[in-house]
Design a binder for this molecule. Structure first.
Ligand code: PEP
Ligand code: MN
Length: 462
């Protein structure tokens, strides 16, 4: 589909030439938002060149497998759970942190599958979620105006003028931190698969009759069946559902980092972004004819796109045309983040327009980003009741229009953090105390996350 020779008329408006082909650096000629002002462009070029020589972080085969799972979510045969940090901390790329996130998202996915009887596809905001769009380029801290924190790929969150200066060497730090996370996820996947092997041991072991060829065949079959459904919950022999492992995703925001990690599939000539499995476009950078949409249009990964309350029906259909012109199921996930109040008003027109244009998308609800409030001290919070209300509203809208709710997108933290207000956490601003640990937006803690997963499972099962 996205071979180097494919026309990209939909990508670059006003340049509808048949001979045009997508190139990794096409985005450079287009308007772009939310990029840091790097103080040293020679250092940035050196980092980009270095990134281009480093091994990819994911594989084409895995990225394709995720797209198959997402195609199931698009047609109602699976449900997508995408969750993790708002801004991933680089120093938390250690084994314990990765295992904690994997365990929590896995438990949420199992809770959803137990209610629905369907596999849940699990994708972390993990292994690369190091860059943040900001509403203002600077922020006031204790009376001082500082460059805004843009994620650890760009600058340091501490309130220090020198540390807030964007530093291109951090792009290499992001690569290394991502690699450490992915490595740990692969180890977890391997351990999980090996634990499942005895269930699938071939008959010759148990009957005592050894048929070597048969043994190899069935062993091969067992391994294939175990590794083949990675990233989806699967029914366990005891009847419940078991998580098998996380795919990775992040907002592909800093294109100087992403572009060098676009690699060609030698078998098909397609371009894949191998910094992650599933990149997404944020609500602030989703404009047609601008850099982020043009960049994502040319890569063959499954991609997500956030859509907020200002999105129009024409814009959303334009995004579908630009990002998925061949209408491939699984390729495009639209992540609605309207807010509990706006969802009934804004979402129906968008879903109807996409349906009328016959675009197969995974419709996902992000009930976090439209429901952010300020605490009296200026920090951000979200109310669990508002989050639940947006999920209910999303389900009502999708079903009214005759479409399927395809997934849920959340910011979560394992453990007992106190960032979102409501059941399972602090009941008021005063109770937040020192449990506020996020680097950016407030996350549901473990209890709140499981409650929201359970609510979603119940709504889906209806
Ligand atoms: C986010 O996912 O952290 C984010 C910034 O979202 P949005 O683009 O929807 O505002
Ligand atoms: Mn966020």
């Amino acid at each position: 589909m996205y071979t180097a020779a494919s026309p990209t008329a939909a990508i670059l408006p006003g340049r509808r030439s048949e001979s045009l082909v997508w190139r990794r650096d096409d985005w450079r000629r287009l308007p772009i938002r939310q990029q840091p002002s790097w103080p040293d462009t020679a250092a940035l070029d050196a980092v980009r060149n270095r990134l281009a020589t480093l091994p990819p972080l994911t594989s084409v085969a895995d990225v394709r497998r995720l797209e198959v799972s997402l195609a199931k979510a698009a047609s109602g045969r699976a449900f997508l759970l995408q969750a993790g940090d708002c801004a991933e901390p680089m120093d938390a790329s250690g084994a314990a942190a990765v295992r904690g996130k994997n365990r929590l998202i896995g438990a949420m996915a199992e809770a959803i599958s137990d209610r629905t009887g369907l596999p849940t596809v699990t994708v972390g905001r993990i292994g690369g979620q190091f860059a943040k769009p900001r509403s203002r380029p600077t922020e006031t801290v204790d009376g001082r105006e500082l460059v805004a924190f843009r994620g650890e790929m760009v600058n340091d969150p501490r309130a220090d003028e020198r540390l807030r200066t964007p530093d291109p060497s951090r792009l290499l730090g992001a690569y290394r931190a991502s690699k450490a996370v992915l490595n740990e996820l692969y180890i977890i996947a391997h351990e999980t698969a090996v634990r499942r092997l005895p269930d699938a041991w071939p008959a010759p072991f148990t009957t005592g009759h050894v048929d070597e060829a048969g043994l190899v065949r069935s062993w091969d079959g067992s391994l294939r069946s175990i590794l083949g459904d990675y990233g989806e919950t699967r029914r366990s022999p005891s009847g419940g559902w078991a998580h098998t492992g996380l795919w990775t995703s992040h907002e592909a925001l800093i294109l100087d980092y992403e572009e060098p990690l676009v690699r060609r599939d030698p078998q098909t000539g397609e371009w894949f972004l191998l910094s992650t499995h599933m990149p997404w476009i944020g609500d602030r950078t989703r404009r047609l004819g601008e850099a982020h949409v043009a960049f994502h249009a040319g890569i063959a990964n499954p991609v997500g796109c956030k859509i907020g309350p200002s999105t129009t029906p024409d814009e959303v259909v334009g995004l579908c045309e630009a990002l998925n012109p061949t209408r491939k199921p699984g390729r495009l996930t639209l992540i609605s983040r309207m807010g509990a109040d706006a969802v009934h008003d804004r979402l129906p027109g968008l879903v109807r327009a996409v349906r009328a244009a016959e675009h197969p998308v995974v419709w996902v609800c992000d009930p976090m980003h439209g429901n952010t409030e300020r605490l009296p001290d200026g920090r951000k919070t979200r109310r669990v009741a508002r989050i639940a209300a947006e999920i209910r509203g999303f389900f009502e809208v999708l079903r009214d229009v005759g479409e399927r709710p395809g997934g849920l997108h959340l910011e979560v933290a394992d453990g007992d953090s106190a960032e979102c207000v409501g059941e399972g956490g602090p009941m008021s601003a005063e109770e937040i105390g020192d449990g506020y640990r996020t680097l950016c937006d407030p996350r549901l803690n473990e209890k709140q996350s499981i409650m929201i997963a359970d609510l979603t499972g119940r709504l889906l099962a209806r």
